[in-house]
Design a protein around this ligand. Structure first.
Ligand code: GLU
Length: 354
């Protein structure tokens, strides 16, 4: 198992439960301790990007709401009130260390275009070089329901993929993934996320939390595919970072995929919806999966959806199972009418197996 000490770039996700001691009550001692720990990591040459929840919880407190609102506009209002309190609190925590924080608020839409994806990467690079701490949250006050990341676990994994982090720490108030089929203890090491591991995940019922273990496992899958190790653990444990640094067993450690998706293909892999579907026969499917071949117009047995040039589409077999996602070089009309059947429609460099 590798340790945090060998990581170069780490994304740390902090859940609302870690940062607050009740609805709307920021735990400033806890935040100050986390700031010290982040500074300690940086002094070891480890770059740190934070993904901080808490905006909605803090807004709920400020607006005197005891229950998490179900109405989207109310949730967005809470986030809008709470986000400024959140970022100010982080800045206050880092002030004694002479460190500046930088706020980055993202929506799902921001990751749909390659240009914006690259812009996020470049901004984070620049901030890290200048010594600032990027603090990311979902731009909840403008995210519409259907395009939300949904929870900051997923967001943190996507951020880890975008910035090519080698480690993602998902910290909440739980100690890790509990072995529900056996000992009832924390599972310390997961080599592959199997259906059994997924079945051990559980939802959450806390007023300010969103994801629970299910979303943490989903996040771990995204990050591990991008070559990033993931540790799920308790942000309330003061020894968490020290133990990780000294390779002691703490939390649940998910190993990175040994054959990670290449950085230039990751933005294709993280799209959770596509603009169309290309169907191929079984032998074409096999040569895509086994030999990483280009997809030609002649290979397509059916085209669904109206997509544009450079859209992301799903590639599936006749039985409907999705084998890959890729970026097309022609729009859907041009695919149907193109007489050049040997023209490459999806180049292997823009194709990711699913
Ligand atoms: N973006 C939400 C907030 O700042 C948090 C979502 C989550 O906790 O996963 O409150």
């Amino acid at each position: 198992m590798s340790s945090l000490a060998h990581a170069k770039r780490v994304v740390i996700k902090l859940g609302t439960g870690v940062l607050t001691s009740g609805i709307g009550d920021l735990d400033t001692d806890q935040i100050n301790t986390l700031c010290k720990q982040v500074i300690e990591l940086r002094s070891r040459g480890i770059e740190v990007v934070l993904v901080s929840s808490g905006a909605i919880g803090l807004g709920m407190g400020k607006l005197n709401l005891e229950e998490r609102p179900e109405n989207l506009a109310q949730l967005q209002a809470c986030a809008s009130v709470g986000q400024s309190i959140l970022i100010n609190t982080w800045q206050n925590g880092f002030d004694p260390h002479g460190t500046t924080v930088a706020q980055i608020l993202l929506t799902r839409e921001d990751l749909r275009s390659r240009n914006r994806h690259n812009a996020i990467f470049n901004t984070v690079e620049c901030l890290l070089k200048s010594g600032a701490i990027p603090i990311v949250n979902e731009n909840d006050s403008v995210s519409a329901a259907e395009i939300k990341f949904g929870d900051n676990d997923t967001l943190s994994a996507l951020v880890a993929s975008v910035v090519s982090a080698d480690m993602l720490l998902i910290l909440s108030n739980i100690p890790g993934l509990i072995d529900r089929r056996g000992s009832g203890d924390v599972i310390h090491k997961v080599e592959t996320i199997t259906p059994d591991i997924e079945a051990m995940a559980d939802g959450t019922t806390e007023a300010t939390s969103v994801g629970g273990m299910t979303s943490k496992i989903t996040a771990a899958k995204i990050a591990c595919r991008a070559g990033c190790e993931v540790v799920i653990g308790s942000g309330k444990d003061e020894l968490f970072f020290a133990k990780l640094l000294s390779k002691k067993a703490i939390g649940t450690h998910f190993l990175a995929n040994p054959e990670p998706i290449m950085p230039h293909k990751r933005w294709i892999a993280i799209q959770d919806s596509t603009d169309g579907t290309l169907t191929v026969n079984d032998s074409t499917a096999e040569s895509i999966v086994q030999s990483n071949s280009n997809l030609l117009i002649a290979d397509i047995t059916n085209t669904d959806g109206n997509f544009s040039k450079n859209s992301i589409v799903s590639i599936c077999k006749n039985n409907g199972s999705i084998i890959a996602q890729g970026q097309v070089e022609l729009n859907s009309l041009a695919v149907k009418n193109n007489p050049l059947k040997d023209k490459v429609l999806v180049h292997r460099d823009n194709l990711v197996l699913m």
